[in-house]
Design a protein around this ligand. Sequence first.
Ligand SMILES: Nc1ncnc2c1ncn2[C@@H]1O[C@H](COP(=O)(O)OP(=O)(O)OP(=O)(O)O)[C@@H](O)[C@H]1O
Length: 252
Amino acid sequence: MSLRVAGLQVRLGGRFVVDGVDLAVAPGEVLGLVGPNGSGKTTLLRTLYRAVAPANGTVYLGQSTVGELPRRELARRLGASTQEPEHAASLTVTEVVEQGRVCHRGWLEPMRAEDDEAVEAAIRAAGLVELRDRDVRTLSGGERQRVSIARALAVRPEVLVLDEPTNHLDLRHQLGVLGLLRELAAEGLAVLLTLHDLRLAVSYCDRIAVLDRGNLIAVGSSAEVLDEQLLAEVFGVRGRMRGSTLDILGPA
Ligand SMILES: Nc1ncnc2c1ncn2[C@@H]1O[C@H](COP(=O)(O)OP(=O)(O)OP(=O)(O)O)[C@@H](O)[C@H]1O
């Protein structure tokens, strides 16, 4: 297993917002973490790249625990596209994507051929070629989202964690990014992402994990997990799986 979370609890504001989560993501797999607003998805992801410390439980990356890995090694092995606040500094798109390579060579070292190659590939994959010299502060929300994804791709990690990567993206770019994640998984990457659009989760994820009020209440294929009762009780919608697609019929 590339990434494994065992008995994870996170306490914020005096309560457990993640409450006893066990979850694993294997190389080659795209795992979609879904759940209503405030269910703890972002908080769970933040524990993976050590932005928040769990009250209990352990996050394993391969044989190591994330807590004991040197920060730089963690950054090399686990790439993250987050909802953290943006940099205020004036940087071009290329310069931001290049930050994804710092963990491989250090701030003071010049870019090497392999760094340039990873940055170029990430810029192309995220559809940013025409925007590469723009100041990131002048970009639209969707364009900035793609820069954040490109920076994580440039790391070339073994595990990729993305918090709502389709947020702000138009439909074409949503499908483009999710299709790209599938291609990367086919090359052996382990991908964990949060998504609000259950239909996209059904189409693009190998397995779906459902978080509800900090509890992981179901993990499995979409057909196993997204039954009418769960859709009504957790998401408040009437819906059902029909073959390999999800029909949402309305509010529950
Ligand atoms: N620093 C904090 N102090 C207190 N409560 C917090 C803090 N950060 C998050 N929370 C609470 O923890 C809960 C989980 O938040 P989180 O952002 O993880 O949810 P989410 O599932 O990602 O939600 P969304 O779908 O709205 O992005 C929410 O109720 C939120 O208000």
